[in-house]
Design a protein around this ligand. Structure first.
Ligand SMILES: Cc1cc2nc3c(=O)[nH]c(=O)nc-3n(C[C@H](O)[C@H](O)[C@H](O)COP(=O)(O)OP(=O)(O)OC[C@H]3O[C@@H](n4cnc5c(N)ncnc54)[C@H](O)[C@@H]3O)c2cc1C
Length: 601
């Protein structure tokens, strides 16, 4: 097979349309870039990617590179799509921001870099949903390892940790494209860790080995050689720029998948339609088309291409090619609530000091430039806990209440099965229900504002297995109109209860020595305030959305088969976070990369 006439990265839509591709990928994000680069490097297939965002070169934008600046890019229109939810009925009609990466590398260039391995049980349970063991822990582990290059670093700073001597090369990858480091800069995280252990949490020396319960030295997708983010662009694409069978078109919007129909009525994807500056172009693929546009836009493009709920498509004036009522349904994400505590003066140095102590900020900037370490590389520590660890007395009532809530609901068989599994998990000591993450510093925008010149610790609780299910659907026939996105937050009271427990747990940790010795007072929620209204105004999503083009049998609501092919088509595949059927007690980028790594064509 001849190589492409042009390869690398281009912004020329005409040149792109003239190439002979075997495979076209819509969306050059986390999964899209990982998949394209692997396929191009290991096969002779000609691969094209169409990405709406730009290429951000290493060193070009500190908001992408610098760990401690994570969060500042979330609403930056040059880097993020900046989606907003529909008004949320159960939280006072609030709308919430929902950032998604808009650049080559997608959300891997925007995210908070937590690198977490999900637990074995939570992947293996997919088989109960009718999904093949091809997606089990044992099957995915080699790919989770293949994507990572874990650097041991100096983790002796972490209280109680035996790394690197506890490092297990049977489960940790050492040669993959994404550089992963252990945290090595701690400020108030250190007393926090001692306090959460003193409050009853366990220490986990080996969280990558199938059980992630307890406190461990956290990993992040940060390159310890540069102190910068490691992501799909730097790890996969820029390392493979010489591949003559890979071409990326940047700053172009995919607007539709083109199909022909076989005599048997099966759709055959022939290529993609895309627009640049209002002009429509087409590129063709002789073998297959892959959708990797992420959890909100993959279902949107399916619908715009005629695959979705027939009634909805009719209302938008779109001809239905495959009636697939569950496209865009089954959305799940973790929900979170923050607490903040004012530290006594003189306080330990926190990230707040970068704002009010200019000599410290200059010193840290220099350390970051010289040694690639220090406060500019600092990210939150995270840990996972079953509710039994801290709230065992509440579990029986919680289960009864949730069961009663479920009995009154109209649910699809797929949802019912998921809910049954989640109920069982409430009695399972190996399933994390609450993630706790301490941030060294205050969080702006909460009801009680930050006092300048003072230092804080913030503790955020994240519910890992909400029962609520949301949806995302096309708003119109145009890809330029953002989809209607309803995460349906707190549709189940269970989810609210989890966050109330999270606030209680944060207060327990902050009230336990040695952290308690450092704290002057709790600031948010303010003492005596109404917790329900506090949670309503301050809750957030964790941006780990999944499930909108789910793996699963077609007759129970799955959109893609075990090989990720969309039902009703012969060669349209979805490879991104949309295919994950049931939420995991972990951040998910490591799983998204592994899914892309596992695809063979
Ligand atoms: C703010 C934030 C923080 C997060 N924090 C963490 C974390 O700390 N740890 C963790 O593990 N996970 C985290 N996540 C989740 C994780 O990053 C994502 O789940 C994962 O990156 C999703 O990968 P994806 O391939 O599904 O989609 P993406 O990486 O989002 O890729 C989709 C790509 O498609 C492109 N695209 C969309 N529509 C079009 C179109 N019409 N035409 C052309 N291109 C298009 C987008 O621009 C994007 O590049 C976070 C996510 C966000 C957004």
């Amino acid at each position: 097979r001849a190589d492409l006439a042009v390869y690398g990265i281009t912004d020329n839509p005409v040149l792109f349309s003239q190439q002979s591709f075997d495979i076209l990928i819509a969306g050059g994000g986390t999964a899209g870039v990982a998949l394209a680069t692997r396929l191009a490097a290991t096969t002779s297939l000609n691969i094209g990617i169409i990405e709406a965002g730009d290429l951000i070169q290493p060193g070009q934008n500190a908001l992408v590179d610098t760990p401690a600046l994570t969060g500042q890019s979330f609403t930056n229109p040059n880097l993020s799509w900046g989606f907003t939810t529909s008004p949320q009925a159960h939280v006072g009609t609030r709308t919430l921001d929902y950032p998604r990466g808009k650049m080559i590398g997608g959300s891997s260039g925007l995210n908070s870099m937590a690198w977490v391995r999900p637990p074995r049980q939570e992947l293996d349970v997919w088989q109960r949903l009718g999904i093949s063991s091809r997606w089990s822990w044992d099957a995915l582990l080699p790919y989770m390892m293949k994507t990572e290059n874990v650097s041991l670093g100096d983790s002796s700073a972490f209280p109680g940790s035996i790394h690197p001597s506890g490092y297990d090369s049977n489960v940790q990858g050492r040669t993959g494209p994404i550089r992963v480091g252990y945290d090595n800069t701690f400020s108030v995280q250190r007393p926090y860790i001692q306090s959460i252990l003193n409050a009853g949490a366990s220490l986990n020396q080996d969280p990558e080995n199938g059980t992630n319960i307890g406190v461990s030295n956290s990993q992040h997708s940060v390159n310890d050689l540069t102190g910068n983010r490691s992501y799909a662009t730097t790890g996969y694409l820029l390392q493979n720029q010489g591949l003559r069978n890979l071409l990326v078109l940047k700053q172009a919007m995919v607007s539709k998948v083109n199909f022909t129909k076989t005599p048997a009525g099966i759709l055959n994807a022939t290529g993609l339609e895309y627009s640049v500056g209002g002009t429509i172009y087409c590129a063709t693929a002789s073998r297959e088309v892959v959708l990797s546009m992420g959890v909100l836009q993959t279902p949107q493009i399916l619908e715009l291409s005629g695959i979705g709920n027939k009634t909805l498509l009719q209302s938008l004036g779109i001809t239905t090619l495959v009636d697939a009522p569950t496209v865009g349904e089954n959305f799940q994400d973790h929900v979170s609530v923050p607490t903040t505590f004012l530290l006594k003066d003189p306080a330990p140095l926190t990230l707040d000091a970068l704002e009010f102590n200019s000599s410290f900020a200059i010193e840290q900037q220099q350390q970051y430039l010289d040694n690639h370490t220090g406060f500019f590389t600092m990210l939150p520590t995270y840990s996972y806990h079953p509710i039994q660890t801290f709230f065992s007395q509440d579990v029986p009532k919680l289960i009864d209440d949730t069961r009663a809530e479920l009995e009154n609901r109209l649910m699809s068989p797929f949802q019912k099965l998921q809910a049954e599994i989640q109920l069982e998990w409430l009695q399972n000591f190996g399933i994390g229900q609450i993630e706790m993450a301490p941030f060294s510093g205050g969080i702006p925008g909460l009801p009680v504002p930050l006092e300048s010149g003072r230092s804080y610790i913030s503790i955020v609780a994240f519910a890992q297995h909400p029962f609520s299910r949301g949806s995302v659907h096309a708003r119109s026939q145009s890809i330029l109109d953002s989809p209607i996105f309803n995460p349906n937050i707190f549709d189940f009271d269970f989810d609210r209860t989890m966050l109330s427990m999270g606030i209680e747990l944060a207060q327990l940790i902050a009230g336990t020595a040695p952290l308690s010795d450092l704290i002057e007072t709790i600031v948010n929620p303010s003492p005596g305030s109404d917790l329900e209204s506090y949670t309503t105004t301050t809750l957030g999503l964790e941006y780990n959305g999944i499930g909108t083009a789910s793996l699963g049998p077609q007759n129970s609501g799955g959109i893609v088969s075990d090989d990720l092919i969309v039902y009703g088509t012969s060669n349209l595949r979805v490879v991104d976070a949309s295919v994950i059927p049931l939420h995991l007690s972990s951040h998910i980028q490591s799983v998204v990369y592994a899914i892309a790594e596992q695809v063979t064509v």
